[in-house]
Design a protein around this ligand. Structure first.
Ligand SMILES: [Zn+2]
Length: 332
C-alpha cells in the first residue's frame, strides 16, 4: 500500500460512533497522600467494601503510589473511565505476590521499554501492588487512548507513527473498528515521557536518608583492632544518645526485628524495592515488627548499646546484591 493509500484508509476509518461501558469496567486510581479507601470509594460512588474486594485487600491500609481498581459496575456517580480492550496480540498479566517487572519482562521475553510502552500510566516500576493488571505487548511501541476517533490522523502524526503499521497493529479495516476511548498501539514509538517519569520516580524511591544523625565514630572497611589484628567493618557507626529515634533510611518491608545472636544486639532489617536491605543494630528498643511496611523517615527503633557494643550508637549496614557496601556515598 502506498503512503497516500494508507492516509486515505485512515481518513476513511475516522468516523466516530459511541461505545458503552461494560459492567466489568473499572477505573484505575493512583493513591495520593491523604487518600483513604473510604475517600476513594466516595469519590467514585461505590462502597469501601467494593474497593477492598476488587483489590484483594484485607485491611484499609493503602499507601501513596498504590494503584487501586475501582469497579464501576455499581457506581452511582463520579468521573469514570471504562477499561477498554487491549489492542490485538496483547495479553494480560495480573501481578502476583513477589513478582517484579523485571521478572515479567524475562518471563514474556520482552524489553522493559516495551512493557512501559504498553503500560505508560504506571506510577512506579518498583512499588506496584499485587493484583495490578499489566498489558503484555507483542513488541515495542506505545499504547495511547484514542479519545476522539476523528483525530486519529492527528494522533498518528503527533507521535510520528507509521500509518500502515498502526492500521495493521490495531486491525483497523473500517470506521466501525474505531471507538472513542479505545486503546491504540503505535508500533515502534518510544514511550519517552513515561520512561523519563518512571526513572525519576525510581531515583526518588531508591534514595537513602540518614537513619540517625550524630558523630561518625567508625567508617566502612578494614579497621585496626590493635595487637596486629584487623577486622572488616561492614557498616558505619553513628554515635548518638540512648533513646534517640532511628528512622528507616528508605521505605520497605521489615524482614527482621529482634535479638541477633551475631553481636548486633537488637537488630532491625528492612528490605527495599529491588532487593537492597538496610540493617540497624544495637538498638535499645525496637518499634516495628516483621512484615510491617515502613515509610522512609518513619521511626523503627531507638539508639542503644545492645550486643557487642561499647557505647550508645547505631551500627548501620547497606546490603546490595547480598553483600554489604559502603553506605556513606548513598546517604542524602
Ligand atoms: Zn559498627
Amino acid at each position: 500500500m502506498s503512503h497516500f493509500g494508507a492516509r486515505s484508509l485512515l481518513f476513511l476509518v475516522c468516523a466516530a460512533f459511541l461505545a458503552t461501558a461494560t459492567a466489568e469496567s473499572f477505573a484505575l486510581r493512583t493513591v495520593q497522600s491523604g487518600d483513604s479507601v473510604g475517600s476513594i470509594a466516595n469519590r467514585f460512588g461505590v462502597s469501601s467494601s467494593t474497593v477492598l474486594q476488587a483489590n484483594g485487600l484485607n485491611g484499609t491500609l493503602i499507601r501513596p503510589g498504590d494503584v487501586l481498581r475501582v469497579p464501576l459496575g455499581e457506581a452511582v456517580g463520579g468521573v469514570v473511565e471504562a477499561a477498554p480492550d487491549p489492542p490485538p496480540g496483547f495479553r494480560r498479566h495480573v501481578l502476583g505476590s513477589g513478582e517484579t517487572l523485571s521478572g515479567i519482562v524475562d518471563r514474556y521475553d520482552i524489553t522493559l521499554r516495551a512493557l512501559v510502552g504498553a503500560n505508560p500510566d504506571l506510577s512506579s516500576l518498583d512499588r506496584l501492588p499485587v493484583g495490578v493488571e499489566l498489558l503484555i505487548p507483542p513488541g515495542e511501541g506505545l499504547v495511547v487512548p484514542l479519545h476522539d476517533p476523528s483525530r486519529l490522523t492527528e494522533l498518528i502524526e503527533l507521535y510520528g507513527a507509521e500509518p500502515v503499521a498502526v492500521a495493521r497493529a490495531n486491525a483497523l479495516r473500517s470506521p466501525f473498528d474505531l471507538r472513542p476511548g479505545m486503546l491504540l498501539f503505535l508500533p515502534g514509538v518510544e514511550p519517552s515521557a513515561a520512561l523519563e517519569r518512571l526513572a525519576a520516580v525510581r531515583e526518588a524511591e531508591n534514595r537513602y536518608v540518614w537513619p540517625v544523625h550524630g558523630r561518625l565514630t567508625s567508617y566502612f572497611g578494614r579497621r585496626n583492632l590493635g595487637m596486629g589484628t584487623a577486622a572488616f567493618h561492614r557498616g558505619i557507626d553513628v554515635a548518638a544518645p540512648t533513646g534517640t529515634p532511628i528512622v528507616a533510611a528508605r521505605s520497605g518491608t521489615v524482614t527482621f526485628a529482634g535479638w541477633s545472636t551475631r553481636g548486633y544486639g537488637n537488630l532491625v532489617r528492612i528490605r527495599h524495592a529491588g532487593g537492597a536491605e538496610t540493617w540497624y543494630a544495637h538498638a535499645s528498643r525496637i518499634l516495628v515488627s516483621v512484615g510491617q511496611y515502613v515509610n522512609q523517615g518513619e521511626r523503627i527503633a531507638l539508639v542503644g548499646s545492645t550486643g557487642l557494643s561499647t557505647g550508645p550508637h547505631l551500627h548501620f549496614e547497606l546490603h546490595v546484591g547480598g553483600s554489604a557496601i559502603d553506605p556513606l556515598g548513598e546517604l542524602r
